[in-house]
Ligand binder design. Structure first.
Ligand SMILES: [Zn+2]
Ligand SMILES: [Zn+2]
Length: 111
C-alpha cells in the first residue's frame, strides 16, 4: 500500500472542522489552508433550492429572516465533496461543496 495522492489536484477536503467561538467556524484543509467563517455568512450563502433560485442564481433567502443567534447544530460530510449543515432555524437542505466552502472563506489571505 502506498499513500500517494490520486493524480489531479482537485482533492481538497476539510481535515479538521471546529467551532472557534459561538459565531465563528474554522476549517483546516488538507492543503494546510486555515479557513475562518462567520456562521451567519455560511447560513446566508446556503446553496439549496430554497435559498437560491436554481434558474437565475438569484438569492431567495432574506438575510433579515435569519435569526441573529443562528448556529450550526450539526455538520457532516456528504461523500467526498460536500458538507451538510443543520441549523438552529431548522434548515438543513444546503449541501456546501468543498469548492464553495473555499470560495466562502473569510480568512485574511482570501479576503
Ligand atoms: Zn438553503
Ligand atoms: Zn482562506
Amino acid at each position: 500500500m502506498t499513500d500517494e495522492k490520486p493524480s489531479g489536484s482537485n482533492n481538497l477536503a476539510p481535515k479538521n472542522i471546529k467551532q472557534i467561538d459561538p459565531t465563528n467556524l474554522g476549517i483546516t484543509w488538507t492543503d494546510g489552508h486555515e479557513s475562518v467563517y462567520s456562521v451567519r455568512h455560511l447560513r446566508e450563502s446556503c446553496p439549496c433550492a430554497n435559498c437560491i433560485d436554481e434558474w437565475t442564481g438569484e438569492k431567495r433567502l432574506d438575510p433579515n429572516s435569519i435569526p441573529d443567534n443562528i448556529r450550526p447544530t450539526k455538520l457532516h460530510s456528504v461523500g467526498l465533496y460536500a458538507i451538510q449543515f443543520s441549523w438552529t432555524d431548522g434548515h438543513d437542505t444546503g449541501l456546501y461543496s468543498h469548492d464553495l466552502m473555499r470560495k466562502l472563506c473569510q480568512c485574511v489571505v482570501c479576503q
